[in-house]
Design a binder for this molecule. Sequence first.
Ligand SMILES: C[S@@+](CC[C@H](N)C(=O)[O-])C[C@H]1O[C@@H](n2cnc3c(N)ncnc32)[C@H](O)[C@@H]1O
Length: 252
Amino acid sequence: MIDSKAQGAQLDATQYQVDAIAKYEAVYGQHFISPGGADSARACIARLGLKPGMRVLEVGCGLGGSAFLMAREHGVSVHGIDVSANMLASAQERLRAEGLASQVTLAQADVLALPATTRYDVIYSRDVFLHIHDKTRLMALLYDLLLPSGLLFFTDYGRGEGQPSAEFAAYIAQRQYDLRTVRGYRELLEQAGFVQVVAEDHTAEFVFILRSELVRIGDDAAHADIRQSWLDKIDRARRGQQGWVWCAGRAQ
Ligand SMILES: C[S@@+](CC[C@H](N)C(=O)[O-])C[C@H]1O[C@@H](n2cnc3c(N)ncnc32)[C@H](O)[C@@H]1O
């Protein structure tokens, strides 16, 4: 099994190289590396029931977009963690520029190595768990990091119930992803002890978002790879292979 530092370094040398992050951000929108950028973030954040003064843990905060929105628009304090040094360095700079340092703290950390010394009202995560293979351990850790009645909310790339095509299986292997079905995520949350579990299929919305993002991707050779990867995601999602999952659950 790959350790935390090695995983962060590996992501920084591959999927989250500085120039790759910039290319993704140009598609997703300022401060975001996840589908729908700020619009999707606001739709997700609207489900959290945030009240001023609440404490939120954001797992895999990336460039900080969601953390900044939660702090500025809902008056909560946010602790964002991310395993990637490239993401964290950029997020730190942006945090200073946004003037939100009194409400947002950031740290380079692997969620699987986070001690449950501080507990949170809400844990929020956007399209991060695809990178984490030991999801049973992940869910148990997240449960322990929540206060009683605390809420876990996340979105993640998912997969359909059927057998992955050879092309989809190769993509998953190349990215070293671990993708779950909606049903699989529901079971994981229930097995970890979460109640009021929600597991929703947002694949149709994913396709709509991917199509609108495609318009923003350059037609030139420099953007050929990212354009093709968006076209592939649309194709897989339309064929019921790749999906987008939104989940929530409460600690007891
Ligand atoms: C697709 S990006 C999403 C970033 C951000 N959530 C957003 O919405 O813009 C996935 C992020 O998860 C982070 N990540 C992956 N594995 C992690 C782990 N074990 N602990 C913390 N962060 C992790 C990556 O470094 C990356 O920044």
